[in-house]
Ligand binder design. Structure first.
Ligand code: NAD
Length: 542
């Protein structure tokens, strides 16, 4: 008999293959074709009501910009106010709902994600965010369900952490939801992260105003359908489609702001933190500020590494989902003794990638998210082409006539501090620096200093001293550090995710550490035999 857990034990949702002939492949194809043949009309959802303003923006697949998937209704400051009021109204009941009831709602949501809604959330992420079927499956279906199931287990573990009680007393720790509302502000690149930014605080008894990225609204709408179908009471999570700065104006000056759950770029997080600092006298409580932000993730190979393993980690780690993962490898440091072999294998692998829309399952690379990202990335590529210090090893071409397609590009820089070795590009561009084998120690110090970020990094090698040295010197260079593996693909329950420095507050999404930010403990001491006389024994004469 299992004594400890009072909830079903969490497990990772198995990743389906979508190989030819499988049922999931057929079902997904059907859902994609249904979604392509309808034009979605997406309202905001505030206090359980669907809000249509008539002020609509179009949603088009980034890989097929001539196709209209639907439109969403844009809101303004009045909708932000409405969402805050709806959340605070819902709080009265939700914050007192027994935790097992809350757990059931989110466990049911996990079953809906991995069951009846699986192909809908996958298709929405493929069409709206240009994810391949595999990238959609590991994110929108599996990681989403994993966040929900593991968080329920972590919540149970948190509630079980109780203080000692001496005879005739009972000391208890009550994990109160925060007093106010949480603002969840999510990025475009992971459906599961967006879903979790709203769900994690709600699971712990909080109410939420959620503003997703404009380029993720198509799948965000499916997330809301799942939460509602799972029985989440109206007003607990309210979704608004308002511009980031406009929403921030209202939210960050509200007295009841209790926390911010953010994932996105470092610049936006910095501006939010600054505003919170400026408004600090306004709030009833000090808001919890949790932000997972940018990265400049590295792969380092020691001369004892296996060239094929390094090249494969580069191909997958830098280019899956077009390099638009916060963990994507975007700088590689390779020893000159291995470089010719790694180069040959990597160029061969990347050359075999097929690029096109994700509806064709044989494509490995699809489009980047929008025109702004396309223009920014191609400007970096052009700059590299014009720099004599930089060689284009492969890729370098792009085309936005049908969608925002950029070839997976490997740059070779003679300058280890070239701009693309330092800045987060967030696209399919990997820059390589080749070092002399005997400079391994120097290269470790260089990696640590080159960028402001500290998110993910990987070291490859067979020599244990080299691995140990990298693990020590790069201690603060990555919050998720990989030995002989690519720096992407963290799994909930296995590799809690997050980094420090300019990569965020490192509250490790998908772990109890994150959930602890959404509660404020109250210690309750109850005395069963209270004293009835003020006199202590030492006061007696004798
Ligand atoms: P973003 O910073 O552009 O947007 C994030 C959210 O902030 C969106 O909802 C957006 O509408 C909003 N926003 C934008 N400008 C704003 C402003 N001035 N004021 C208030 N809100 C504003 O990020 P993105 O492009 O959607 O996502 C990519 C970024 O997210 C990358 O930097 C990536 O590294 C990071 N990311 C980090 C992690 C992590 O765990 N560390 C995970 C995923 C993504």
């Amino acid at each position: 008999m299992r004594k400890h857990l009072e909830v079903p034990e969490a497990y990772n949702e198995p990743v389906l293959t979508y190989a030819p002939g499988t049922a999931e492949r057929e079902e997904l194809r059907k859902v994609i074709s249904q979604m392509r043949s309808t034009v979605a009309d997406i309202p905001m959802i505030i206090g359980g009501s669907e809000i249509r303003t008539g002020n609509c923006a179009e949603i088009r697949p980034p890989h097929d910009t001539s196709h209209l998937l639907g439109h969403y209704h844009k809101g303004d400051k009045t909708h932000v106010e409405m969402a805050i009021s709806a959340a605070l109204d819902a709080r009265r009941e939700w914050a007192y709902m027994p935790w097992k009831q809350r757990a059931s709602i989110f466990l049911r949501a996990a079953s809906l994600v991995s069951g009846p809604y699986r192909q809908l959330i996958n298709a929405a992420s493929m069409l709206g965010q240009s994810k391949t079927v595999h990238q959609a499956e590991i994110d929108a279906a599996c990681e989403f369900a994993d966040f929900l199931r593991y968080n329920v287990q972590y919540m149970n573990e948190i509630y079980q952490m109780q203080p000692e009680s001496h005879p005739n007393t009972w000391n208890r720790l009550e994990q109160r939801p925060l007093e106010g509302f949480i603002y969840a502000l999510s990025p475009f690149n992971f459906t599961s992260i967006a879903a979790n930014l709203a769900a994690a605080p709600a699971l712990m008894g909080n109410v939420v105003v959620w503003k997703p990225s404009n380029t993720q609204i198509y799948s965000a709408d499916v997330i809301m359908k799942i939460y509602r179908e799972a029985g989440l009471p109206d007003g607990v999570i309210n979704i608004i489609y308002v511009s980031g700065p406009e929403a921030a104006d209202v939210v960050l000056s509200n007295r009841h702001l209790a926390g911010i759950h953010f994932t996105g770029s470092t610049g936006v997080f910095n501006s939010i933190w600054k505003t919170v600092g400026n408004n600090i006298g306004t709030y009833k409580n000090y808001p919890r500020v949790v932000g997972e932000t940018g990265g400049k993730d590295f792969i380092l190979a020691h001369s004892s590494a296996n060239a094929r393993q390094v090249a494969t980690a580069m191909a997958r780690g830098a280019f899956e989902y077009q390099g638009q993962k916060c963990s994507a490898a975007s700088r590689a440091y390779l020893p000159e003794s291995l470089w010719p072999e790694i180069r040959q294998i990597a160029v061969g692998q990347v050359g075999n990638f097929r690029m096109g829309g994700p509806e064709d399952f044989s494509n490995f690379i699809t489009a980047v998210i929008d025109e702004k990202a396309f223009d920014k990335l191609t400007a970096y590529i052009e700059q590299a082409k014009n720099n004599p210090q930089v060689e284009i090893v492969c890729g370098g071409n792009y085309d936005k006539s049908k969608g925002y397609f950029i070839e997976p590009t490997i740059l070779l820089s003679k300058d280890p501090c070239y701009i693309t070795m330092q800045e987060e590009l967030f696209g399919p561009v990997l820059t390589v620096y080749v070092y002399r084998d005997e400079e391994y120690d120097d290269i470790l110090r260089l990696i640590d200093k080159t960028s402001i970020y500290g998110l993910t990094g990987a070291v490859f090698g067979r020599n244990r001293d080299a691995i140990r040295q990298a693990t020590d010197i790069l201690r603060y260079s990555a919050g998720n550090f990989y030995i002989n593996d690519k720096p992407t693909g963290a799994v909930v329950g296995h590799q809690p995710f997050g980094g420090s420095r300019a990569s965020g507050t490192n509250d490790k999404a998908g772990s109890a550490l994150n959930l602890l930010r959404w509660v404020s403990p109250r210690t309750i001491k109850e005395c069963f035999l209270p004293p009835e006389n003020w006199v202590y024994p030492f006061l007696s004469e004798g």
